[in-house]
Design a protein around this ligand. Structure first.
Ligand SMILES: Cc1ncc(C[n+]2csc(CCOP(=O)(O)OP(=O)(O)O)c2C)c(N)n1
Ligand SMILES: [Mg+2]
Length: 325
């Protein structure tokens, strides 16, 4: 790889934006300023970033109960995500979604789906529509290790395979489904092995290495775009935070957490950028300031935005097709 081939600085900025955005969300949540719940993506930023860096705004992405990182990487404006978390009318779902449903179809980010595994067959359906409409759009479907043990995984993967649909399935194996370890939920080492059962390629990649993710995703997306069908990518990663708002994390050891903290994808990429002479400490500090300002602005926008009106409650909820003739 040559230095100019991969948008490393852009990906560093995106990863840092996701991290700082979510750290602020956590702080605001603890202050009681964000209603509902919060599942943070801290530690997994390299996955969303490396994959979405390969997508165009016309391509689609689907997410889960842990969607902020995917949404930011796919191009949803952080200020509209923050406003959504604050339940304001300027939110990306106009306050009807909240944390677990953020999205913006204008940039190809479907409102996230919090039913574990449910987005897998839906992604196949969207890919079928993209194919039948004659577009070259690709659909990326992010889900966790827990979703790979849902029936919807089998149905969606099989359908995508038999119809050679332009979809890339990205399983973020962060070693836990809430408090359940993959060691008790799977008899196999690699979830990607299941791809063989559907007749599609299965690839394992270090999900904390944004460059590795970018390369693997690039191949899978190009394959889907050529009409050659789906791929299952398993990204081995770790969430450096609790499952959701109140998680004492008693199901995992401090030693395990420390090991993964040493593999934090963001400082690791920072060091790599410096070693490659693509950045200095000052470059990285400037990106840090830029990101902090962006998050400050997102919070100010959310705070200043109006709450929805009671009369908005039924807007955009029902679709009525008027019969002609
Ligand atoms: C069908 C279904 N069952 C249970 C839940 C409750 N639930 C929410 S997140 C979660 C764990 C999901 O684990 P995983 O798929 O590995 O994603 P991660 O939380 O690790 O990102 C569960 C069981 C749900 N949302 N949907
Ligand atoms: Mg998981």
């Amino acid at each position: 790889m040559s230095k100019s081939d991969i948008p490393l600085l852009d990906m560093y900025r995106t990863m840092l934006t996701i991290r700082r955005f979510e750290e602020r969300c956590n702080y605001l949540y603890m202050q009681g300023r964000i209603p509902s719940t919060l599942h943070l993506y801290i530690g997994q930023e390299a996955v969303a970033t490396g994959v979405c860096a390969r997508l165009s705004p016309e391509d689609y992405a689907l997410s889960t109960h842990r969607p902020h990182g995917h949404a930011i990487a796919k191009g949803v404006a952080p200020r509209t995500i923050m406003a959504e978390l604050f339940a304001k009318s300027t939110g990306c779902c106009q306050a009807k979604g909240g944390s677990m449903h953020v999205g913006d179809v204008n940039v190809g980010m479907f409102p996230a789906i919090a039913i574990v595994g449910a987005n897998i067959p839906i992604a196949a359906g969207i890919a079928l529509a993209a194919k039948r409409l004659g577009t070259d759009r690709v659909v990326v479907c992010f889900f966790g290790d827990g979703a790979a043990n849902e029936g919807a995984f089998h149905e969606g993967m099989n359908m995508a395979a038999i119809w050679d649909l332009p979809v890339v399935y990205v399983c973020e194996n962060n070693l836990y489904a809430a408090s359940t370890s993959v060691s008790v939920a799977f008899k196999i080492e690699d979830i990607a092995d299941r791809a063989a059962a559907y007749g599609m390629p299965g690839v394992v990649v270090d999900g904390n290495d944004v460059v590795g993710v970018y390369e693997v995703a690039g191949e899978a997306i190009a394959r889907a775009r050529r009409g050659e069908g789906p791929t299952l990518i398993e990204c081995k990663t770790y969430r450096l935070c609790g499952h959701s708002r109140s998680d004492p994390r008693t199901y995992r050891s401090k030693e395990e957490e420390a090991l993964w903290e040493s593999q934090d994808p963001i400082p690791n990429l920072g060091e790599r950028l410096k070693a490659m002479d693509l950045a200095t400490d000052e470059t990285l500090a400037a990106i840090e300031r830029e990101v902090e300002a962006l998050v400050d602005e997102a919070v100010a926008f959310a705070e200043e935005s109006p709450a929805p009106q009671p009369t908005d409650a039924l807007n955009h909820v029902f679709y009525t097709r008027v019969q002609e003739g």
